[in-house]
Design a binder for this molecule. Structure first.
Ligand SMILES: Cc1ncc(COP(=O)(O)O)c(C=O)c1O
Length: 400
């Protein structure tokens, strides 16, 4: 029998380079504080549960009611037995929320990107993609077989020059970007990207995963916030971040959705999300739309944390653009050591993010609307305490 030496060798390599990752097991509901299987109670600053909806009683009740009526599983793929009236209601509600004609609901944000991009784009097309786009966008483009041109992060001059140089060699051109970059906490320059798309007749697809629920009056994302719906008719969203649940969707014109339903393999060949999840998301969507005050709380916590950390001159932070706060480090070892001390000594869950996910090691902190002021102040004090171990070298410019 094969003894899988190659697996052990690869794991060893990951360990040696400080890149091996381990799972931590949570034994309570996702909220500002969670308990781990080790018995440790820990302050959660690493979740995407921006609005605190993951354990909202109304969302939990909606899940229970849907389970009682529709059972535990969806019983099949969307095109066979897996479309219940809750799935249909949810797609209608998502379309209204996104101000598009229709929406297609998928089992995850990852499956949405992979399915949508490979359904709409083919090997005769060109895709212009931000260098920091999420892995699911990268995989979707790969699967489409199109030729990919990567523009420097948020550099619209570079984007335009790549389009000018290459566009005429392809059948169609697409520009694909995250609207909020999850590991860098910044926002795509959508006004410029939209104008470039119009000028060169490119089709845009934007991924609002970390913007949904956070930006816009009703929480539909950056496109809503900037009132750019005309320029961005195809939007990807996920229900796994501010919604506090899971699954994903594409909001688009009717004909685009129809093609996606007929061509996206991750939609066609995967069991539909359970009706209970669809019911939960419907409730969460209501809470997002009526949740201006939750967004306000999230921003209050974000600003408090960012300004508190900024007072510590040893810390190099990102600019405050989104509720994703980054503390940069010079080495993987330093980031890992501070991440471990935050966890072990201070009971704060804010792990180090390191290559290959990002170039420059960092600690990523994501506040939740339901954190108290005391929770946030405690994190600031913890960094003040730990920063005695941070070497005060100048970082220079941040390498993404
Ligand atoms: C920009 C972006 N798109 C898509 C996804 C994938 O979403 P999901 O976790 O729902 O699969 C993520 C998740 O981190 C993301 O950040």
């Amino acid at each position: 029998m094969n003894d899988f030496n190659f697996v052990d060798e690869e794991l060893e390599l990951l360990s040696k380079s400080g890149l091996k990752r381990e799972l931590k097991t949570v034994i309570t509901a996702g909220g500002p504080w969670v308990e781990l299987s080790s018995g440790k109670r820990i302050l959660q600053f690493s979740s995407n549960n921006y609005l605190g909806l993951a354990n909202h009683p109304e969302v939990i009740n909606a899940t229970k009611s849907a389970v009682s009526k529709y059972g535990a599983g969806s019983t099949g793929s969307r095109l066979l037995s897996g479309t219940t009236e809750l799935h249909v209601l949810l797609e209608k509600a998502l379309a209204k929320f996104e101000n598009t004609e229709s929406a297609v609901f998928f089992s995850s944000g990852y499956a949405t990107n992979v399915g949508v991009l490979s359904a709409l784009i083919d090997k005769e097309d060109a895709v212009f993609s931000d260098e920091l786009n999420h892995a699911s966008i990268i995989d979707g483009i790969k699967l489409s077989g199109a030729t990919k041109f990567i523009y420097n992060h948020n550099d619209t001059s570079h984007l335009e020059s790549l389009i000018k140089e290459n566009k005429d060699n392809f059948k169609r051109s697409f520009i694909v970007t995250d609207t909020v970059f999850s590991m860098d906490g910044d926002i795509a320059n959508l006004e410029q990207i939209g104008l470039i798309a119009e000028k060169y007749n490119c089709i845009t697809i934007v991924d609002e995963a970390h913007a949904t629920g956070v930006f816009g009056k009703k929480g539909a994302g950056v496109v809503e916030e900037l009132n750019l719906g005309q320029l961005f008719p195809i939007k990807i969203g996920t229900c796994s971040k501010a919604f506090g649940i899971e699954c994903g969707f594409c909001a688009a014109p009717n004909n685009v959705s129809e093609l996606i339903r007929n061509k996206a393999r991750s939609f066609m060949f995967s069991t539909s999300p359970s009706p209970a999840i669809a019911g939960a998301i419907l409730k969460s969507l209501d809470l997002i739309i009526d949740g201006g005050w939750r967004r306000d709380r999230l921003w209050q916590n974000t600003k408090l944390l960012h300004s508190g950390l900024k007072k510590n001159l040893k810390l190099k932070l990102n600019d405050l653009k989104t509720p994703i706060i980054l503390v940069y480090f010079n080495s993987i070892e330093e980031a890992m050591s501070i991440g471990e001390k935050l966890f072990e000594e201070c009971h704060i869950w804010a792990p180090a993010i390191r290559p290959p996910t990002v170039k420059q090691p960092r600690i990523r902190l994501t506040p939740i609307a339901t954190h108290s002021k005391e929770d946030v102040e405690y994190v600031i004090r913890a960094f003040d305490h730990l920063s005695k171990d941070i070497k005060p070298q100048p970082l220079g410019s941040i390498a993404y």
